[in-house]
Design a protein around this ligand. Structure first.
Ligand code: FES
Length: 149
């Protein structure tokens, strides 16, 4: 029985390696920066056309993203994409982080199968919205006082 399970697991892992890059598997299995960020300066929740949702929180310092965290209820590749987009954003200026797009996430993950490419778009879009939230709070700082997230 245990031999059968071990063989089955090996087959699943082999199939996964044929489909996904090492980086994508690593970020899906060991996601970085996952979980809510308390006292964030920017936050967004976005649901993509596939129905999966991602949230991203950012903390800034001197117009730079000091910390970025995410959560998703989506698939493994959305997990990998959220992990990678928060890694890419950390340490970037706001302007640089706004430039991060779907292709950057895909490149950093070593690509994704075509049917999963939208997961990278979900992550890049959520990051942009979180930065947009940060920028709108700069204009209307009192909003943070009413934040119930
Ligand atoms: Fe929807 Fe991956 S399938 S984000």
């Amino acid at each position: 029985m245990e031999d059968g399970l071990a063989r089955l697991q090996a087959m699943v892992e082999e199939e996964m390696r044929r489909t996904y890059s090492e980086a994508a598997i690593d970020h899906a299995m060991n996601p970085r920066n996952m979980g809510r960020l308390k006292d964030a300066d920017g936050w967004a929740r976005y649901t993509g056309p596939c129905g999966d949702t991602m949230e991203i929180w950012i903390r800034t310092s001197s117009d730079e993203i000091e910390e970025a965290r995410f959560f998703t209820d989506g698939c493994g590749t959305s997990m990998a994409s959220g992990s990678m987009v928060t890694e890419l954003a950390t340490g970037k200026s706001i302007d640089e982080a706004l430039e991060i797009g779907q292709e950057d996430v895909l490149d950093a993950l070593g690509g994704l199968p075509e049917e999963n490419e939208h997961c990278a778009l979900l992550a890049a879009t959520t990051l942009k919205l979180a930065i947009g939230d940060y920028l709108s709070r700069l204009r209307e700082p009192w909003k943070k006082d009413y934040d119930r997230r």
